[in-house]
Design a protein around this ligand. Structure first.
Ligand code: BG6
Length: 520
């Protein structure tokens, strides 16, 4: 096992916090499963952006841990990842210095002796660099290793360091159904206190997701109409154009419902539907989110639709069907699309349908929340409409664009000028993040990594929340598993999913919005 070499430079020590930002205390971040894509594509670029913004402590080290003996090649590979995926100039003078803080340790995840050696190595590194005893463990391995790593961290007394703090960040998927999530929670909480556990959902790190709360609770005009009296229905779409990107074996076991709906989409739903928390603190925010999920009655299987893409054309490129993807069963029953209709039985939302859908190889990459308001009680201009787009008065629609083209728009009716009658046409009032603030929003991991280092759990999933969302989706997954879909594939890549998904909305006389994304 290699010795990790790194040194804090005098330049780092002179770093000063900018503005009123909080800087974490010195710590070592150990990433388990560091040879996987996530570390290179997301975690290291995010950490370097934090460094560029002066948000990392001067005394800081990153130790990648995985099974292969990568040695120094690891840091070099991370450097490439930072440049390539973090949009960083390869000549940035801070980069060389940052890369010196990256070390690697080869470890067999289930060998207790290796953890003992890792602990000694981390202690030595900390001592040499004056880092002290704070540790952050990031579990980015395949989920089957989570429990074993946690158990070993506990056995080697790495979970509760003397004179220091430790925390564990756990990547999704957190369990694959209710029973496994419960078991994992039990194992995690057997070693770490809940206050040390950070279950990450990168959607919560997205600025536009946090902005849902700002939009609702920092403005006085929306909340009074944010309820069943004014809102007709809500649609949440998480559409991707990508396929499974070489992750066939993982995706075969996951599917769209587990991979995206149970976590990312449900987080979006909770932000749209929650009551105002009494403060923006972990406990208040998590409590309100939990109340939303707990108010959702069991979702009947008839209120769900699953789909799988066949070959098609996406963004002008011919793409194979899911069953022809690498390492995917040619007769696979895994869904690459899932749609759900649910209700929230509380005073604010009773009777308002929420339609959720997520899928791969769809028409457009877009994550969007549409809130459709009710029509006015009497449409006095309806008889005067001409033909074309203005032939019918359309209800107000508030659209929260999570990605891309992050922003918010409101559709309302306006009188068409120079017409003698009162023709009404829909127009859009638009707020665009990039043009308003002059830059696009950060990758979700930056905020979340920083919060985990600071010990702020507000934007992380809580044990009860994870179990509650699993309790809603486990019966559906069981129902689906019991009956293999008859017609798979049932949508062409590049379409908006299977046609049968329309029936979820038909009974409420609604339709999916397929004109998603920013209108120019
Ligand atoms: C991940 C899923 O959690 O989220 C992926 O495992 C999915 O399958 C990704 O592609 C989507 O994230 P984003 O930020 O690109 O919307």
């Amino acid at each position: 096992m290699a010795t990790i070499q790194m040194r804090v430079s005098p330049e780092d020590l002179s770093q000063v916090p900018k503005g009123n930002e909080r800087i974490p205390e010195p710590l070592i971040m150990t990433i388990f499963g560091a040879s996987g894509d996530l570390t290179k594509r997301k975690l290291l670029p995010a950490l370097f952006h934090l460094e560029q913004n002066g948000l990392l402590p001067a005394r800081f080290a990153i130790v990648g841990v995985a099974r292969r003996p990568l040695g120094d090649a690891f840091a070099a590979d991370m450097r490439d990842g930072i440049v390539r995926f973090g949009d960083v100039d390869a000549g940035d003078p801070r980069l060389d210095n940052f890369v010196k803080k990256i070390g690697y340790f080869a470890l067999n995840f289930d060998d207790p002796g290796h953890y003992q050696a890792l602990k000694a190595e981390l202690d030595r590194l900390a001592q040499e660099n004056g880092i002290g005893n704070n540790r952050l463990y990031y579990l980015a391995t395949a989920p089957e290793f989570f429990a074993g790593i946690i158990e070993n961290l506990g056995a080697q007394e790495m979970a509760h360091p003397e004179h220091g703090r430790s925390a564990v960040v756990i990547e999704k998927p957190f369990g694959h159904d209710l029973a496994s999530a419960r078991e994992l929670n039990h194992q995690v909480n057997g070693v770490f206190n809940e206050s040390q556990v950070f279950r990450i959902d990168h959607y919560l790190g997205k600025e536009t997701v946090q902005n849902i709360l700002v939009f609702r609770f920092a403005n006085g005009i929306f909340e009074p109409i944010w309820n069943r009296n004014y809102i007709d229905h809500v649609q949440i779409t998480a559409a991707e154009t990508l396929g499974v990107e070489g992750r066939g074996p993982f995706y075969e076991k996951a599917g769209a419902l587990r991979d995206v709906v149970q976590n990312h989409v449900m987080e979006l739903l909770s932000f749209v539907a929650m009551e105002p928390p009494s403060s923006f603190e972990a406990e208040s925010v998590r409590r309100e989110k939990l109340k939303v999920w707990q108010a959702i009655p069991p979702i009947p299987i008839l209120s769900t639709v699953r789909g799988q893409y066949g070959p098609g054309v996406v963004e002008g490129q011919k793409v194979p069907g899911y069953r022809d993807e690498e390492r995917v069963d040619p007769d696979s029953g895994t869904e690459t699309y899932a749609a759900v209709r649910l209700e929230i039985e509380n005073w604010r939302w009773a009777g308002v349908p929420f339609y959720l859908r997520a899928g791969k190889r769809l028409r457009k990459r877009v994550t969007e929340i549409s809130i459709q308001f009710k029509q006015p009680p009497l449409l006095i201009f309806n008889r005067m409409q001409s033909s074309g787009p203005c032939s019918e008065i359309q209800p107000n629609l508030l659209t929260i664009r999570i990605q891309p083209d992050e922003g918010i728009s409101l559709r309302f009716g306006a009188k068409v000028p120079t017409t003698p009658d009162m023709s009404v046409c829909p127009v859009i009032m638009d707020f665009d993040y990039a043009s308003a603030f002059g830059r696009s929003t950060a990758n979700g991991y930056e905020r979340l990594l920083l919060d985990a280092m600071l010990g702020d759990q507000t934007l992380f999933a809580h044990r009860d929340g994870v179990e509650t969302t699993w309790s809603l989706y486990t019966p559906i997954l069981q129902g689906w598993a019991a009956k293999k879909p008859e017609v798979f594939p049932n949508y062409f890549a590049g379409k908006w999913g299977p046609e049968c998904a329309d029936r979820l909305l038909e009974r409420d006389r609604n339709v999916w919005r397929n004109d998603l994304g920013k209108k120019d």
